[in-house]
Design a protein around this ligand. Structure first.
Ligand SMILES: [Zn+2]
Length: 294
């Protein structure tokens, strides 16, 4: 039987079978490098997966290491600031929409710096936690259904979002439509063209079935942002300073084979090493883009 082929959602070229991981088929576009899982998980499977994850520790893990995780959000805020400063602009009074804002920790940082912040989040528990400090500015709403303020935003951010959805282009199009002229879009996502992805191939931790559906490359992101009129596109390697312990615990979800491999020796690792904050780069990228006419 001939191998099934799929059409790349980013460029329309054919995607070819790349590998099988945990029973899921991965296909890669030979033109733009987008890697996708097929068949797409259904809505019920996706919902059950996130409910289980939220209950089983996704949120607890972030809470336990919140101080460290905040440094990641400060990193995003600083990147945004630098970009604005280069255009002689500042974050003060800018309208920011963070799509998939989880418990709103990134938005809190921007709010403290004077931004006018809004967030969208689908997990009810996360929305409730976010709104304790964001005065009802976080909506339990789908970006595609217009149940939140339909105003022009100066900055739209999607951090760790586009890899999770079946149709990321629809999300990007909607986000772009909400952006003011000269507005900035900031996207953080795994980069399937990064060196860790190329070296680890099927074992690259972001190839996490159900959780991650589309893994973009720099080329695929560049193409789709250009097609939408973005002219100034910059990429940053996303390096996170995190404790060894957090990274080890997180491997249960991302990179279970490494977790199993290290589990035997991890008990012998002294606490001072477990608590050590090291720069981790697993091949994620932050993209900042804007259109002409700021
Ligand atoms: Zn493609």
């Amino acid at each position: 039987m001939a191998e099934k082929k799929y059409q790349c959602i980013a460029c329309g070229h054919e995607q070819e079978k790349y590998f099988v991981r945990m029973g899921y088929d991965y296909y890669k576009c030979s033109s733009c490098g987008l890697v996708s899982t097929y068949p797409f998980p259904g809505p019920a499977e996706i919902e059950a997966h996130y409910k289980r994850k939220f209950k089983e520790g996704n949120y607890q893990l972030i809470q336990k290491f919140m101080d460290s995780y905040l440094s990641v959000y400060y990193g995003f805020a600083d990147l945004l600031n630098k970009r604005l400063q280069r255009q002689d602009r500042q974050i003060m009074n800018k309208k920011v929409l963070d799509i998939g804002c989880f418990t709103g920790d990134f938005l809190k940082i921007l709010k403290d710096r004077g931004a006018d912040v809004y967030g969208l989040e689908l997990q009810a528990e996360a929305v409730e936690i976010a709104n304790r400090s964001l005065d009802g500015r976080v909506y339990k709403a789908d970006l595609l259904k217009k149940e939140f303020p339909q105003i022009e935003y100066d900055i739209v951010t999607m951090l760790g979002l586009i890899e999770h959805v079946v149709d990321p282009l629809e999300l990007i199009d909607r986000a772009v439509a909400l952006l003011s002229k000269g507005g900035i879009i900031m996207i953080q996502t795994p980069d399937s063209s990064s060196w860790p992805a190329r070296v680890l191939k099927a074992h690259w931790p972001p190839y996490a079935p159900v959780e991650h559906i589309h893994l973009f490359s720099k080329e695929s992101l560049t193409r789709l942002l250009r097609q939408r009129g973005f002219t100034t596109i910059e990429f940053h390697r996303h390096v996170k300073y995190l404790p060894v312990e957090y990274v080890f615990q997180n491997m249960k979800n991302f990179g279970p084979e490494f977790h199993r491999l290290l589990n035997g020796i991890y008990g012998f690792v002294p606490d001072f090493i477990k608590n050590l904050k090291l720069p981790f780069y697993i091949g994620e990228v932050v993209v900042l883009a804007s259109r002409e006419g700021q």
